[in-house]
Design a protein around this ligand. Structure first.
Ligand SMILES: *Cc1c(COP(=O)(O)O)cnc(C)c1O
Length: 404
């Protein structure tokens, strides 16, 4: 028979969220009457706004007419949408429409980035980090076996309370692909302009490329904090940004994202990364759903932006409600910046799966164990603010007197 892709054999622990579900289901089986509230997986809960839903519904109906029908769209997405994204998300950064590539989501683009750079690239990730950076790299063979403290070929950069969740960059090897997420999932940290300037300067000096995941940029309300890596001087020569409407506009199921690949970004041999990205997208991807693209255009017009703002505010208010409760926990340190939908909480000396199990058992609330995001996530849990208000309030009542 055909040999198994060795990358799969190298993957050790199961993907984090299936294990969270397994424990939740196991608990439900043993406690059939328990009404469990999930503040675990970062999945949106509030409906699409009427304006966006109507734009998609009207467009879907028009696809059923001769005049309104269209098949494959333009390579790299609708030119109106590429232009609109460049204007709305990068108003002062001079990003051109042909540097914006529309896709089916940020995670999917990260997987394609891993194909773009292949298996011979050096890697650095924030620790903890969103799992696909690491697991996807193992699958394509850019990272090797797990040696007990992480996968070979990946430099893990601890982001802890002690370094204010910004890593020591000096460990990164020359010519590395650096995955960097701000606002960060799971820590909630938003890197400052000064910190990102250090990151960009490091990348330029050491011929690295930053894969900047800005999936939560719309949750940044402090205008002093950067929402895009391209707000940093020099970033167009060393960064790709992946973005998505999943979290700000509830497009987790609709599926619409994009990546920005600047024309100034070059490989070692001087060839254009933007060009190869285009080649890869036309080869491996046939374009985002035209219905989703109509939804995105609606999300980015004036009404859409206003409605999107109110949904983001709703989630941020959830986060502040949860914050009030968890700040009362004894022996817990709460890290919450107000600029992300996640609370990152440490019980020093405890194991994150034990904290997870105890909150599930005592409060019937599902959280996410920090260890699942990387070794430096041990002793932490992440609580997500995605939820209906009534569920969040009920979860807070149950968690009021929690202690480890
Ligand atoms: C949710 C999330 C994504 C996923 O984006 P999609 O566009 O839904 O694929 C990407 N990055 C981070 C850090 C996320 O939390």
């Amino acid at each position: 028979m055909i040999q198994r892709n060795p990358g799969f054999a190298n993957l050790t622990a199961g993907y984090l969220f299936p294990e969270v579900s397994r424990r939740k289901n196991e608990y439900s089986k043993n406690h059939p009457d328990a009404k469990i509230i999930s503040l675990g997986v970062g999945n949106t809960t509030e409906p699409l706004t009427p304006h966006i839903a109507k734009a998609m519904s009207d467009y879907a109906l028009s696809l059923g007419t001769v005049q309104g029908y269209s098949g494959y769209g333009d390579d790299f997405g609708s030119s109106d949408l590429r232009k609109k994204i460049a204007e709305e998300f990068y108003p002062n950064e001079n990003i051109e429409a042909d540097e914006v590539f529309i896709s089916d989501g940020a995670k999917c683009d990260i997987a394609r980035v891993q194909t773009l750079f292949g298996r011979d690239v050096n890697l650095a990730v924030q620790d903890p980090s969103y799992p696909v950076y690491v697991d996807g790299s193992v699958i394509v063979g850019a990272a090797g076996a797990n040696n007990g403290s992480g996968y070979d070929g990946i430099v893990y950069m601890p982001c802890t309370a002690e370094n204010n969740f910004f890593p020591d960059l000096s460990q990164i090897k020359k010519n590395s692909l650096i995955y960097f997420c701000s606002p960060n999932n799971p820590t909630g940290k938003v890197s400052s302009k000064e910190e990102l300037t250090r990151l960009v300067e490091f990348a330029l000096k050491n011929e690295c490329i930053i894969i900047f995941d800005a999936a939560y940029s719309e949750f940044v309300s402090d205008s002093a904090l950067p929402k895009s890596i391209f707000q940093i001087e020099g970033a167009k020569k060393c960064a790709i940004e992946v973005q998505s409407l999943s979290k700000p506009a509830g497009f987790t199921g609709v599926r619409l994202g994009w990546s920005v690949v600047p024309k100034d970004l070059k490989f070692a041999d001087g060839t254009s990364v933007n060009k190869d990205w285009g080649r890869l997208m036309t080869t491996l991807f046939n374009g985002a759903s035209n219905i989703a693209q109509q939804g995105a255009l609606a999300a980015l017009d004036e009404t859409g932006r206003r409605e999107m703002r109110s949904v983001i505010e709703y989630y941020l208010e959830n986060a502040r409600i949860i914050e009030k409760t968890v700040r009362k926990w004894k022996n817990a340190e709460v890290f919450f910046t107000g600029n992300s939908p996640y609370l990152w909480i440490r019980f020093a000396g405890q194991k994150s799966w034990d904290i997870f199990d105890k909150i599930l058992d005592k409060c019937r609330v599902v959280t996410t164990p920090g260890l699942g995001f990387g070794p430096a996530g041990e002793s932490f849990i992440r609580i997500s603010a995605f939820g209906h208000r009534a569920d969040v309030e009920e979860a807070c009542r149950r968690m009021e007197n929690f202690s480890m």
